[in-house]
Design a protein around this ligand. Structure first.
Ligand code: AMP
Length: 503
C-alpha cells in the first residue's frame, strides 16, 4: 500500500466515509482500478478476495453517480444506475453493506436483493427507488419479471466473482440480465482467474477493457503462514485441538468438502467443548446470516463451512483457517486460506493431509508454486486438564463409530458423503476425490525435498513474536519427506483404498 485516498480528489461525502472506515492508504487494486473506473472505462480485474476490491469499484462508481443525487422522494428520481451482481447471498449482503457505508454521506440510495428471503421487503425497497442495486442473478430475474426492477437506466454494471458465477451455472441468467441493460454503459468484471470462459464473457460484454491484475490469482498472501500436517482421518479433530491449543488460537474457519461432513464435524466439535457453528448450502438464509453474525461477534469459536457457503466472505481478524479436507480444486485452497491474513494482518492456514490426498496436494503445490512440506503433529498424551483435554475425552466418547473414528470417516455411506452441489465441477471433483492414493508412483513424490529459503524463513506469525521457528511447538516434529509421510498413511494397495473410499 502506497498512495493515499487524498490523491484521488474524491468528493467530500465519499472521502469522509473513507476516513471514517480508518483506511490510511489505498490497496494495490484500489490504486490501479479507481483512476480507471473514474474515467468510465471498462475494467477486467483479477484480484484476490480481501484485497479491497469492493472499495476499488464502488468508490469511483459512487463518485460518478453523484451527479444523479436527488433529495426527491419520488421513485422516478431514483432509477437503478448501477447494478452489482454477485454469486452468493452472503457476498451480496457483504458488498451491499460496504457500499452503504461508503455512500452514507451522499443522497444515493442502495439496496440488496438475494434469494432465500421474502420478496416483499425487497420489493418495497425497490419500489422506493435505488441508484445502486446489489443482487444475486436468480433473485434479480424474479424482480425483473415481477416488474419490481427496471434496468433501462443502468450506467454501470459490476460482475463480481465472475468465475464463481459461471461455476455455479449463472451464465444464462447473466446473459438475460445483461440483455435488459442499455448498450451504452460501463462494465466492470472481477474474477479470481481469467479462464477461457471468463475471457469469452469479457469479449462478449466488455468494450476495450483495461486489464488490471494486481496479485496473481494463484498467489497466496505472504501474510499467511501455511502449514501442512499429516493426519489420518481418525486424527483430524485431535489435530485441530492440538493446533488450537499450541498456537493459542481463539477463532478459526474450518473447511470441509461436503455439506454432510460440515454438519457432522460442527456437531462433533461442539460436543468436544468448542463453540462451533456450521455454514453450508443446506442452511436457510436466516441460519446462515445468524451463523456469520455469531462468528463476527465472537460468540462462536469455530465456523465449520463448505467452499460454496464461504467463498469471499470478509470476516476480519480470523487468525486461522483449517482445511479439514484438502480441497478438490487447488484454486479453492487459495480462496480458503484467503479468509485469514486479510488486509495485511498475519494468519495461519493449516491443511490436514491424509494418505489419499497426495494428488490434491501436488495440485496445490503446482498452483501456488511453493514447495509443500508435510509435518507431523505429536499429540500430547498428558495434556493438562482443561478445554482441550475435556475435548479429547469427549472426542473419544462421542465417536459415532464407537472406536473413536470420526463420523465423517470413510465408514459413512457414499450417499451421505456427497459433495456440496457445484454444477460444472462436480464430476471432476468426485472422480478425483475418490481416486485412491498412488503416491509412490508419482515422480513428484519420489524427489528428495530441498528446503526453500522461503519455507525456512520465520513466518510472519512467529516473527511478530520474535520466536524462532523451532519454538512454534514442541509438539510438531521436524519436517519429513512428503513421500515418507504418505507412505506411512496410504492404504497398502489400490484395492484396499477402493474398499475404504467407495463403500
Ligand atoms: P474486499 O476485498 O473488498 O472484500 O475487502 C477486504 C477488507 O479490506 C474489507 O474489510 C475492507 O473494509 C478492507 N479494506 C478495503 N480497503 C482498505 C484500505 N484501503 N485499507 C484498509 N482496509 C481496507
Amino acid at each position: 500500500m502506497t498512495s493515499s485516498f487524498s490523491n484521488l480528489s474524491l468528493a467530500e461525502p465519499l472521502s469522509r466515509a473513507v476516513a471514517e472506515m480508518g483506511y490510511e492508504s489505498m490497496t494495490p487494486i484500489q490504486e490501479q482500478a479507481i483512476p480507471v473506473v473514474l474515467t468510465g472505462q471498462d475494467v477486467m480485474g483479477a484480484a484476490q478476495t480481501g484485497t479491497g476490491k469492493t472499495a476499488a469499484f464502488s468508490l469511483p462508481l459512487l463518485q460518478r453517480l453523484l451527479k444523479h443525487e436527488s433529495s426527491s422522494t419520488s421513485p422516478a428520481r431514483h432509477p437503478v444506475r448501477a447494478l452489482v451482481l454477485l454469486p452468493t447471498r452472503e457476498l451480496a449482503d457483504q458488498v451491499a453493506q460496504q457500499i452503504a457505508l461508503y455512500a452514507k454521506y451522499t443522497k444515493l440510495r442502495s439496496t440488496v436483493v438475494f434469494g432465500g428471503m421474502d420478496m416483499k421487503p425487497q420489493t418495497l425497497e425497490l419500489k422506493k427507488g435505488v441508484e445502486v442495486l446489489v443482487a444475486t442473478p436468480g433473485r434479480l430475474l424474479d424482480h425483473i419479471e415481477a416488474k419490481n426492477a427496471v434496468l433501462n437506466q443502468v450506467e454501470y454494471v459490476v460482475l463480481d466473482e465472475a468465475d464463481r458465477m459461471l461455476d455455479i451455472g449463472f451464465l444464462p441468467d447473466l446473459q438475460r440480465i445483461l440483455s435488459y441493460l442499455p448498450k451504452q454503459r460501463t462494465t466492470l468484471l472481477f474474477s479470481a482467474t481469467f479462464s477461457p470462459e471468463i475471457k469469452r464473457l469479457a469479449s462478449s460484454y466488455l468494450q476495450n477493457p483495461i486489464t488490471i491484475e494486481v496479485a496473481r490469482p494463484n498467489e497466496t498472501a505472504s501474510t499467511v503462514e501455511q502449514r501442512f500436517y499429516s493426519a489420518n482421518d481418525d486424527d483430524k479433530r485431535r489435530a485441530i485441538h492440538q493446533v488450537l491449543k499450541t498456537r493459542g488460537i481463539k477463532q478459526a474457519f474450518i473447511f470441509v468438502n461436503s455439506k454432510l461432513g460440515c454438519a457432522r464435524l460442527a456437531r462433533s466439535l461442539e460436543r468436544e467443548g468448542l463453540k462451533t457453528t456450521a455454514l453450508h448450502g443446506d442452511k436457510s438464509q436466516d441460519e446462515r446470516l445468524k451463523a456469520l453474525e455469531a462468528f463476527k461477534k465472537g460468540e462462536v469459536d469455530l465456523l465449520v463451512c463448505t467452499d460454496v457457503a464461504a467463498r469471499g466472505l470478509d470476516i476480519k481478524d480470523v487468525p486461522a483457517v483449517f482445511n479439514f479436507d484438502v480441497p478438490f480444486n487447488a484454486e479453492d485452497y487459495v480462496h480458503r486460506i484467503g479468509r485469514t491474513g486479510r488486509a495485511g494482518a498475519s494468519g495461519l492456514a493449516v491443511t490436514l493431509v491424509s494418505g489419499s490426498d497426495a494428488r490434491l496436494v501436488a495440485d496445490i503445490e503446482k498452483l501456488i508454486k511453493k514447495k509443500i512440506e508435510l509435518e507431523a503433529i505429536e499429540y500430547e498424551e498428558d495434556q493438562p486438564r482443561g478445554r482441550i483435554n475435556d475435548g479429547r475425552r469427549a472426542w473419544r466418547e462421542a465417536g459415532e463409530t464407537g472406536d473413536g473414528r470420526d463420523a465423517i470417516a470413510p465408514a459413512a455411506p457414499r450417499r451421505e458423503r456427497e459433495r456440496e452441489h457445484r454444477p460444472g465441477r462436480e464430476p471432476r471433483e468426485q472422480h478425483r476425490g475418490f481416486r485412491p492414493a498412488v503416491a509412490s508412483r508419482d515422480p513428484f513424490f519420489e524427489k528428495p525435498y530441498e528446503s526453500s529459503a522461503a519455507a525456512d524463513a520465520a513466518p510472519a506469525w512467529e516473527s511478530a513474536k520474535s520466536a524462532p521457528r523451532s519454538s512454534v511447538s514442541a509438539n510438531i516434529k521436524p519436517k519429513r519427506k512428503v513421500a515418507a509421510l504418505f507412505k506411512a498413511v496410504a492404504p497398502a494397495t489400490e484395492d484396499q483404498a477402493q474398499a475404504v473410499t467407495t463403500d
